[in-house]
Write a protein that binds this ligand. Structure first.
Ligand SMILES: [Cu+2]
Ligand SMILES: [Zn+2]
Length: 218
């Protein structure tokens, strides 16, 4: 009799474990499998930072770009917001628009040249890559703006660990009429780059306030 009770108890315990495992799988199917643990720590948002530095071996006479790109995304299906603050461009009267992209590899072993081509998870032409941010015109040597992007921090297509690259020239946005145009927009040399890494909300929160203040005072 006691043996039967013990057996029943054991079976009950097993059933509870199976149920719990099923529940956990359910939860991770909706959020966990798409998100690193920070998702729960930061109210369901993910944050990222990329600290821009001039490419090593950058030829003399080319601008040395410093600054950062910050990222925030509120949920896996939400738009990625990106706060850009770069400096070091020449303060010319007719500034050159500069192309900005996400490149495939977070490999800076040969400066920005080892970051590969454009991050292209869907095998499509430029400028339809998720990290094709277009052109930015510096004002007084600086780019300071907030944009939205189709890139994501969540799931298998996450851009964590990939590179942001700022270019010497304008992106022709696929209208150049040659093979390079559909590959990379003929944006020229890579002035600076950085690797997208995980971040706390702190930088985003302070920088967003500063940007709002700058825009108000314009
Ligand atoms: Cu690029
Ligand atoms: Zn592209």
């Amino acid at each position: 009799m006691i043996e039967l009770e013990l057996w029943l108890l054991r079976m009950l315990g097993l059933a509870v474990l199976v149920l719990l495992a099923g529940y956990q799988q359910c939860v991770s199917a909706t959020t966990g499998s798409l998100a690193p643990p920070e998702f729960l720590q930061h109210n369901g948002s993910l944050y990222a930072v990329c600290k821009m530095r001039p490419s090593t071996f950058l030829p003399d006479g080319l601008p040395k770009v410093y600054g950062h790109a910050l990222f925030k995304q509120d949920h896996p299906q939400g738009k990625l917001k990106m706060l850009i603050r770069f400096s070091g461009f020449p303060t010319e009267s007719d500034p050159v628009p500069r192309a900005l992209h996400i490149h495939q590899y977070g490999d800076l072993s040969r400066g920005c040249d080892s970051t590969g081509g454009h991050y292209n998870p869907h095998d499509v032409h430029h400028p339809n890559h998720p990290g094709d941010f277009g052109n930015f015109i510096p004002e007084q040597g600086k780019i300071s703006t907030m944009i939205e992007s189709d890139a994501t921090l969540f799931g298998p297509l996450s851009v964590f660990g990939r590179a942001v690259v700022i270019h010497e020239q304008v992106d022709d946005l696929g209208r150049g009429g040659d093979a390079g145009s559909l590959l990379h927009g003929n944006a020229g040399r890579r002035l600076g780059c950085c690797i997208i890494g995980t971040s706390s909300p702190n930088l985003w929160n302070t920088q967003q306030k500063q940007l709002a203040r700058r825009l108000r005072s314009k």
